[in-house]
Design a protein around this ligand. Structure first.
Ligand SMILES: Nc1ncnc2c1ncn2[C@@H]1O[C@H](COP(=O)(O)OP(=O)(O)OP(=O)(O)O)[C@@H](O)[C@H]1O
Length: 325
């Protein structure tokens, strides 16, 4: 994508002669000059708070919304000039998918596979494989509209996977899912990437998801890409420090010199110490901690690297809309 700009302008409907004209809403620049390259076989994420412009961006990529200016090239096809091509090249899972609601889970997946050009036998085989992969078997005969929110979402992911499109564009695919379902989805995406070289563009609010499954992530804020790198690369932007938390069962043995030094720089809250220190120092301290008198007095410890949320805040994003599940 190059130089993508999309502005939503207030419509002028509702005005009649004799009536006072309502103050038009100011235009919203939802894509504000976006350049992005996604490589084949990547699991690429768009992360950002509500209203950052993630859905607007993927709707342009899927040919459902026309950019004001800019170009989108997908596998050699110009999607701005020929948006109709998108339907043949990618599978799109939007935020709401009511089109399949009347169908059973089994039929939703099979029909989607057929619509994507698979013959009847292959479509049924693929349906069975997808239902199995996402553990949807027990729900196969139920209409989507009679499922829970998370179950329906999982069935819709199943439909998106059917038909082996080279690009999957998934807008918050795991929203509302429990951890087991979420992991099944992540594993299914990973498997397709490994097996078929499938490319995945995934919109998410979920920092854990971003850190777990994405090869690279673009952070969006107010229609702009404010950072784009691997999750680890983005974390490295923030700092090379790690956070070490110690919880003591008994009085910490401050006679151990390394502990006395740590105590001097720690934030102490009752039996809990929090330290921010270079990774190298943290490693040395953990070695001390896991030996001798310190270990006997230690109840628990955790060592964490900065999260994407820290990155987001450091980059000046508003931060409010990111989840940690
Ligand atoms: N049809 C529309 N008409 C006018 N403004 C819109 C329209 N759709 C979205 N917007 C505005 O464009 C901006 C980007 O919205 P978009 O839906 O792309 O955000 P998002 O990052 O997908 O948010 P969310 O995380 O809530 O799904 C927001 O300010 C939103 O209010």
């Amino acid at each position: 994508m190059r130089g993508l700009v999309k502005t939503y302008r207030a419509r002028r409907h509702g005005w009649r002669p004799g009536r006072r004209r309502a103050t038009p809403a100011p235009p919203v620049v939802a894509s504000d000059g976006i350049d992005l390259d996604v490589a084949r076989g990547e699991i690429f994420g768009l992360l950002g708070p509500n209203g950052a412009g993630k859905t607007t961006l993927v709707r342009q990529l899927t040919g459902l919304l026309r950019p004001d200016t800019g170009t989108i090239s997908l596998l050699g096809h110009d999607l701005v000039r020929h948006p109709g091509n998108a339907a043949r090249l990618l599978a799109y899972l939007g935020q709401e998918s009511t089109a399949l609601d009347e169908l059973t889970v089994s039929l939703a997946v099979e029909t989607t596979a057929r619509l994507r050009g698979l013959d009847a036998v292959t479509a049924r085989r693929e349906r069975d494989a997808v239902l199995d992969e996402l553990a949807l078997g027990p729900l196969a005969g139920r209409p989507l509209k009679r499922l829970s929110g998370g179950q329906r979402r999982l069935a819709c992911v199943g439909a998106a996977l059917a038909g082996q499109r080279p690009l999957l564009v998934l807008d918050e695919p795991t929203a509302g899912m429990d951890p087991v379902a979420r992991r099944a989805v992540w594993a299914a995406l990973d498997r397709r990437r490994e097996r078929d070289g499938t490319t995945v563009l995934l919109v998410t609010h979920n920092v854990t998801e971003a850190e777990t499954v994405l090869d690279r992530v673009a952070v969006l804020d107010a229609g702009r890409v404010i950072a784009c790198d691997s999750p680890a690369g983005l974390r490295a932007l923030v700092s090379t420090e790690v956070r070490l938390e110690l919880v003591w069962r008994d009085e910490p043995p401050l006679r151990v010199p390394a502990l006395a030094a740590a105590h001097a720089t720690a934030t102490v809250a009752g039996r809990r110490w929090t330290l921010r220190l270079p990774a190298e120092d943290a490693r040395a301290l953990v070695t001390t901690l896991t030996q001798g008198p310190a270990f006997a007095a230690l109840d628990d410890f955790t060592l964490t690297t900065p999260s994407l949320e820290d990155v987001y805040l450091a980059l000046g994003g508003r931060g409010g809309g990111l989840d940690r599940e």
